[in-house]
Design a protein around this ligand. Structure first.
Ligand SMILES: Cc1cc2nc3c(=O)[nH]c(=O)nc-3n(C[C@H](O)[C@H](O)[C@H](O)COP(=O)(O)OP(=O)(O)OC[C@H]3O[C@@H](n4cnc5c(N)ncnc54)[C@H](O)[C@@H]3O)c2cc1C
Length: 368
């Protein structure tokens, strides 16, 4: 029987898999999508990798990310912040310089995009341990194992494992996974209260023939603070050398408004960028990712975001359940940097430690 089933092939699940492999443990990863990475998604665009999910990590405060990038031999480079930052507070006026010492506070990006982290992690794992297209729908407790039900297209597949780690965002677990016996209401309440970080956001990347804003002394960073804003923040998204040009931005419209304005969005994004960076900004190719429409990222509750970064200080989901057969991982369960990629690694470390130090019912039985 499989020893440890990891559900979710995002950063947390894959980092846990790497950790278990280094400890010589038996594991397999089950991922609902037909790709690995979860919220980490980079697509090729005119020679530059475009990060439609996370783009930045901060080595000063995120030691796990720093170490992992180095251990995997990936090439990092500083987020381009040089030049004037713009602020647009009135739709009928020109943007103004925004006085600042730098916006991204030492953020690093990865050459090849953040997905190169996922590719490197996956490359280090046996291919036979990675199962795509497996959407977990039920977890059933037995005395010395758990039974896992996966939706695979039109059919349901059953897998049994001694222990399971769910690295799926907690709200998605609560909404879509059935537990037998049911989890305590307090656990379900904790899941419902745990916002899936950035799951309501939409990101736009626009590629250009050249980084014309740099030549004009602009950083590419801008804040748009009026009510008709399409993008509330923009940034430079060029490659490391600055040869392959792109701007990025986060959409200001709510998930519901994005759906109603779908057809008009490209032209409105374009005109916002022209107002900020001049007429050259009209000539780009847009790539959009709306995370609120992603069934394996965003829950119903996530369609309405909190007003600021939540505290993620409830320890309920950091404990094991069912006599150490059931664990929750994923960045939202982290005790440090929850929501961020650093948190995904912290949660992976915590679950690896707990799996090594806690005796499951299975182990107790095998000793008896
Ligand atoms: C637009 C955006 C920008 C961001 N920017 C940054 C940034 O710059 N820096 C930063 O540190 N963080 C950023 N983040 C957050 C970062 O993406 C997350 O912290 C990190 O990717 C979380 O990894 P995870 O493995 O915990 O979760 P996920 O990546 O969500 O992985 C969970 C996995 O579970 C799978 N899954 C879901 N349901 C099921 C099911 N029923 N059965 C099986 N599998 C399932 C999903 O498909 C997914 O692969 C950003 C996120 C977004 C969306």
């Amino acid at each position: 029987m499989l020893e440890i089933a990891i559900i979710g092939g995002g950063l947390s699940g894959l980092a846990l898999a790497r950790n278990l492999q280094q400890r010589g443990r038996d594991f397999a990863v089950f991922e609902a999508r037909e790709r690995l990475g979860g919220r980490i998604l980079s697509v090729p665009g005119d020679g530059v990798a475009l990060d439609l999910g996370p783009a930045w990590y901060w080595p000063k405060t995120q030691p796990r990310m720093h170490r992992l990038v180095a251990a995997l031999g990936l090439e990092a480079y500083a987020q381009h912040d040089e030049g004037t930052v713009l602020n647009l507070t009135d739709p009928d006026k020109a943007p103004q310089p925004y006085p600042t010492d730098g916006i991204h506070d030492g953020a690093q990006r990865l050459s090849g995009g953040m997905a190169s982290l996922i590719q490197a992690l996956a490359a280090g794992l046996p291919a036979a341990t990675l199962h795509l297209g497996h959407a977990l729908i039920a977890v059933i407790q037995h005395s010395d194992h758990v039974e896992l039900h996966f939706r695979r297209g039109d059919s349901v597949e059953l897998i049994v494992a001694r222990r399971v780690v769910l690295t799926i965002p907690p709200r998605l677990i609560e909404e879509h996974v059935r537990f037998e016996p049911p989890l305590d209401e307090s656990v379900r309440q904790s899941m419902r209260a745990t916002y899936t970080w950035m799951a309501d956001q939409a990101k736009v990347l626009v590629t250009y023939a050249r980084p014309f804003w740099r030549a004009a002394g602009l950083a590419g960073n801008a804040f748009v603070e009026h009510e008709q804003a399409m993008l509330y923040e923009t940034f430079d998204a060029c490659d490391a050398a600055g040869d392959k040009a792109a701007l990025g931005g986060f959409m200001a419209l709510s998930p519901a408004l994005r759906l109603s304005f779908q057809v008009g969005i490209p032209i409105l994004v374009s005109s916002q960028l022209v107002q900020l960076f001049g007429k050259d900004a009209d000539d780009g190719t847009q790539y959009v990712q709306d995370w609120a429409t992603e069934a394996y990222t965003s829950s119903t509750l996530d369609q309405t975001p909190p007003s600021r970064h939540p505290a993620y200080d409830d320890p309920t989901l950091r404990r094991s359940y069912w006599d150490a057969k059931l664990y929750f991982g994923g960045t939202e369960t982290a005790g440090y940097a929850a929501g961020y990629m650093e948190g995904a690694l912290e949660a992976g470390e915590r679950t690896a430690y707990m799996l090594a130090s806690e005796n499951s019912a299975a182990r107790t039985l095998s000793v008896v």
